[in-house]
Design a protein. Structure first.
Length: 234
């Protein structure tokens, strides 16, 4: 029988892997130790154990450096190891809370994308890109997508804590994914025959979840939900 690894074994495995990632960074040994310790403590708190994506561990190293006020080192680390991830989103100044693996996976898949708006407040527009969903998933919308959408919004909630709920959520690609942006009497060409809901229903669902989060998290406002694109008229 294969023995079940103890928590100490997991920590040592993580420590060895993190030290391998950090090796060559030319940091003060005390900084390297503090970074590894912070990452291991966070992973233990999240009950995560190897194997884990190196890109996710690189992000945790970046945030640990930021928390230690090693901004220059953090910037160099991001430039070298996080070229495909929008690091400023997870900068502690923008996303002060933890970054669970699920949240990182949502951003890595590009299902969720941030964009700084042109408003005077400089608020971030969080975009849900339904083009990243496979069209065959539309048929299971009410069974799987809506609960998944609820969980996704709950994971994104910390992004609106600092502004007490003032923010923007954009819905993109609904038409491309098979959900018409406006109700129609006849089924439009190109719309999935398996999509039981239309875009207004999805938007209403998002607003309902965000209203619940406003009450649960003590926000003074509910984020606005916007359509970001519309179908072609052809």
């Amino acid at each position: 029988m294969i023995p079940i690894p103890s928590s100490d074994d997991v920590r040592e495995t993580l420590r060895g892997h993190l030290e391998g990632l950090i090796r060559g960074a030319a940091w003060d040994p005390a900084i390297a130790e503090a970074v590894a310790a912070a990452a291991i403590a966070y992973l233990a708190d999240q009950r995560l154990s190897p194997p884990l994506p190196d890109d996710y561990l690189h992000l945790l190293i970046y945030r640990a450096l930021r928390s230690l006020n090693q901004r220059d080192a953090a910037g160099r680390w991001a430039a070298a190891h996080l070229p495909g991830i929008d690091v400023p989103v997870f900068d502690p100044d923008v996303w002060p809370g933890p970054v669970p693996l699920l949240v990182w996976q949502l951003f890595a898949s590009r299902l969720v994308r941030p964009a700084r708006t042109v408003t005077a407040e400089g608020r971030i527009l969080w975009t849900l890109d339904f083009r990243r969903l496979r069209k065959e998933q539309a048929g299971w919308l009410e069974i799987t997508l809506l609960p998944g959408l609820r969980a996704l919004l709950e994971q994104l909630a910390p992004a609106w804590d600092e502004s007490s709920g003032a923010g923007l959520l954009g819905l993109r690609g609904l038409y491309a994914a098979g959900f018409a942006p406006t109700p129609r009497r006849r089924k439009p060409k190109g719309r999935s025959a398996y999509a039981p809901l239309d875009a207004p229903a999805i938007r209403d669902f998002c607003l309902h979840v965000l209203a619940h989060l406003q009450h649960a998290r003590g926000w003074t406002r509910t984020p606005d939900v916007l359509y970001l694109d519309f179908p072609s008229r052809h």
